[in-house]
Ligand binder design. Structure first.
Ligand code: SF4
Ligand code: SF4
Length: 161
């Protein structure tokens, strides 16, 4: 079972497809207003934890949780758009207490983590293409996507200080 730390640090961003999957389970009114970049985030409770985190540290929408949650405790570290390669790294300081990384047996398959990382990058690519009004495959979209990924990483590091 998860310790819930990730769900208390920063609730995940949600795109339209993820929102629809959660709504299809009967949940409504769970998003913050869009931020400056147009990104929607799952609402936080008064104690700053995710709206869907239960008292016993379970996720109320586990089967339809967003890609960011599927990737935890990893985060996207870099995106080499020329080689189409995504680099992930363990979120500090979660890595030392995460049962998912301390167990000897594999709790989540490498393929599942890789898929979540791909979905995360696709989401940022799509949002960037929309903002720049360019096709997703345009090199400027891919370069800006990498910049956004690096900025998000720095912002997340600041939050953990
Ligand atoms: S959606 Fe679920 S897994 Fe994701 S942060 Fe919220 S409680 Fe945690
Ligand atoms: S640190 Fe690991 S066990 Fe704790 S909430 Fe994150 S993924 Fe789950």
């Amino acid at each position: 079972m998860c310790c819930g730390i990730c769900c208390r640090m920063q609730p995940p961003d949600v795109d339209d497809a993820e929102r629809k999957r959660i709504e299809a389970k009967g949940f409504k009114d769970f998003l913050e207003r869009p931020d400056e970049g147009g990104i929607r985030w799952i609402r936080r409770k008064k104690d700053d934890s995710c709206h869907f985190l239960t008292k016993d540290n379970r996720c109320a929408i586990y089967n339809v949780r967003p890609a960011a949650c599927r990737l935890e405790p990893f985060t996207i570290a870099d995106y080499d758009y020329e080689k189409n390669r995504i680099e992930v790294e363990l979120n500090f300081p979660f890595s030392s207490c995460c049962v998912g990384t301390c167990e000897e047996k594999e709790l989540v398959s490498f393929q599942e983590i890789a898929k979540a990382a791909q979905v995360m990058v696709q989401k940022i690519l799509a949002a960037t293409a929309k903002d720049l009004e360019l096709p997703v495959k345009d090199i400027r979209v891919r370069a800006e996507t990498r910049s956004r990924i690096l900025r998000r990483k720095m912002e997340a590091a600041d939050l953990q200080l």
